[in-house]
Design a binder for this molecule. Sequence first.
Ligand SMILES: *[C@@H]1O[C@H](CO)[C@@H](O)[C@H](O)[C@H]1NC(C)=O
Ligand SMILES: *[C@@H]1O[C@H](CO)[C@@H](O)[C@H](O)[C@H]1NC(C)=O
Ligand SMILES: *[C@@H]1O[C@H](CO)[C@@H](O)[C@H](O)[C@H]1NC(C)=O
Ligand SMILES: *[C@@H]1O[C@H](CO)[C@@H](O)[C@H](O)[C@H]1NC(C)=O
Ligand SMILES: *[C@@H]1O[C@H](CO)[C@@H](O)[C@H](O)[C@H]1NC(C)=O
Length: 407
Amino acid sequence: MILCQTWTWICLVTFVLLTTHMSRSFGVAKVSVGPPENIKIIDPGHLGYLNIEWTKPGSLHDLTNCTIRYQLRFYDTYTGRWKGVQTSRLYYSDQFDLEKPIQVRLLTLLKGSCTNGTDVLGEEVELVHMPEHKGVAGSRIRDFHCVYFNKEYMECTWEPGSAEPAGSKRYLYYWQRTMQETKECPEYVPSHERRKGCRFPPDSLLDFSEFNICVNGSSHAGDLEPAFFSLATQNHVKPAAVSNLHLAHNDSQVQVWWDPPSGPIAAHCLEYELQITTKNHNGSEQQTAVMEETAFDFHQHPETERTCFQVRSKVNMYCADNGFWSEWSKLSCIPEINQEEIACTFWSPLPKLAAAASVIVVFGTVCLILWMLTKIWRNRNEQKHAFRALYQEKVQKVIPPILNPMV
Ligand SMILES: *[C@@H]1O[C@H](CO)[C@@H](O)[C@H](O)[C@H]1NC(C)=O
Ligand SMILES: *[C@@H]1O[C@H](CO)[C@@H](O)[C@H](O)[C@H]1NC(C)=O
Ligand SMILES: *[C@@H]1O[C@H](CO)[C@@H](O)[C@H](O)[C@H]1NC(C)=O
Ligand SMILES: *[C@@H]1O[C@H](CO)[C@@H](O)[C@H](O)[C@H]1NC(C)=O
Ligand SMILES: *[C@@H]1O[C@H](CO)[C@@H](O)[C@H](O)[C@H]1NC(C)=O
């Protein structure tokens, strides 16, 4: 009985497997969908913005009443994920990191009366291409970063590579969507004999577009290893410092308000961090608050001796994915402090140490000078006494004591 049931099961499973296999091979046999052909990766010299081109599969040339589409996937090295697109065109362009392998996968998609209305996916083919860059080993620049100061100009700087051959000279080239071809840095930032950065005026910058950069170079030993970067300029903004922090207060409440830093950054694109330092006889305490508004009411404890405020700003999440904090505004306090007091009260430990050291040095120098002066004076006195004694001795010998003027 059990044996019979087992056999039935085996027969059923085999039948299901066979039929599904047969129906599949029947479907494929009807229209064979080959992969796209002649896939090429073309570098038009835009520092990473590449074109991928292909041709229609030969087997589909005399196909009618069916739409052919292509599914392209590529490995996005910036995000570490595969990205996919579908297109009916025979080309696609996107940003790639020229320092990493370029991996592209393509397949053909068929739909229409030729496939009885269902989607038919062809076989996927992969193309891996490693861009070749030669150069003196270890000469690639390091620590590259860009700051877009108050959206007025952008400065990108770097450190030299671990091996910097003799006669090295760096070049920076950049490209963005509106440009036909790359351009060289408009204004290099020098450092001694070298170039350590590039300054871009605002008219050379475009928001929300790939900004591609290549830093390469030449030397007596040959070309230097190039470095490639792609950035979104709007994510590198560092606003100017807030310059006018106002305070108004009564016994229990302090009102703080300020104006957004002047310049091209829209006011609705900024967020602020307010730092409040309160001081009473117990010591001082610090609080911070991040806000979108440009005003804040602070309830102060009646025993507070002094409350100080500082604010800094940054582009908010509605206008960019990233950004830098501005410098802090000048310290504003209630009651106001004069400049010397600021120096005394709000010194960080390092300048404090330096100040203590310099006081010791000055004091020591003064002591040393005083000690030397007294020594000299004493010596002089001793000499004077000695001379006088000698003189008196001589005079007394020559002139009778009554006529001696010195005594
Ligand atoms: C293709 O479609 C047209 C109408 O759109 C029809 O007249 C023709 O018979 C179809 N051809 C085939 C091979 O199915
Ligand atoms: C195509 O569709 C028709 C009607 O829906 C169906 O009768 C026929 O079996 C289908 N053919 C294939 C190969 O799927
Ligand atoms: C640096 O790169 C630019 C742009 O790709 C190129 O025109 C130039 O010849 C390169 N220079 C060196 C020294 O490699
Ligand atoms: C201080 O000012 C706030 C509002 O400006 C007010 O609500 C509060 O009553 C005032 N306190 C005193 C002690 O005057
Ligand atoms: C100072 O410290 C004492 C005890 O630690 C506390 O009772 C008092 O409230 C504090 N004063 C202020 C102004 O914080």
